[in-house]
Design a protein. Structure first.
Lengths: 149, 149
DNA sequence: TATTGTTATACTCTATAACTATA
DNA sequence: TATAGTTATAGAGTATAACAATA
């Protein structure tokens, strides 16, 4: 399904339900855009987080992206197969793998960033810039409190 | 994974990503609450929409809930097996099934409504009532424009 | 004992193709 | 030719259990 329920339904009265539906739609929108680069959201999250925070262990990275570390192994395998990331042994802890971007991975970042921004602007176009800022602030506040637990 | 990524990550700068993550978390929260009644979100959507709009065809109902009609058949089968809904032949169109709540289904609604409200309030607790209203308005506006296509 | 990475498995959600019976 | 309901199937996302190597 690519379309959301009509506005006449009563479920739309619930903010929680709206949040779940629009969140899913946002993800679909984003997933579709990433398809042009043959990437999925988890790949995007991994690459962007690596770019932002530098080399990290798989556990740290997985938690930052919001993916279960056990399900993250395959995601990294796929990125490694495309030579976008590398796994190195951690200098002092032999259990860990230090994950980092390759040159190819870094080169992809420019495209990834513009694609991300364009896709987001496309999705949020119905809102004014001020409303977009409001939405971002409200979501940030929710996000902050939820993750504080 | 039951926890969202930390606030320090750069993905949180993207409203679209926040939307997708918090939407998923809202759904998890809601799914978990519905578990106490051995129902899933699709069941909840079907029952609440039936209560609001009265008897409807499967197609109409599926679209109102936001589920692909092909995937909706099983959902209705399960509700019917628990005798919460009934399928009747449509009086003038023999292709259609008229779906409606049973008495048991209607009796469940009270629990469903209080559970829905309590769950939503729990999730949105970090926001003030005014902020909750703001969020609802913004999401409604997005929802309306998206479904207008 | 606890943690890192891994494999295997399962369940839900979502998406699509193909069929039937009716219109 | 189009629509309503159905069946079957496949993929992505998510979750859990169990294991080896290491701390």
């Amino acid at each position: 399904m690519s379309s959301l329920p009509e506005t006449t339904d009563l479920l739309g009265g619930s903010t929680g339900y709206l949040l779940a539906m629009i969140g899913a739609e946002s993800r679909r929108h984003f997933t579709h855009a990433l398809n042009t680069l043959e990437l999925r959201p988890a790949h995007y999250g991994a690459l962007m987080t690596l770019a932002a925070s530098g080399p990290a262990s798989q556990q740290t990275l997985a938690r930052s992206v919001g993916i279960d570390p056990r399900n993250f192994v395959q995601t990294l395998d796929q990125l490694q197969a495309r030579q976008l990331i590398q796994r190195h042994p951690h200098p002092s802890d032999r259990r860990r793998h230090q994950v980092q971007l390759t040159e190819a991975g870094q080169q992809l970042l420019t495209q990834l960033r513009t694609l991300g921004e364009r896709t987001e602007q496309d999705f949020l176009a119905p809102l004014t810039p001020h409303e977009q800022q409001q939405l971002h602030d409200l979501l940030s506040k929710l996000h902050r409190t939820i993750t504080e637990d």
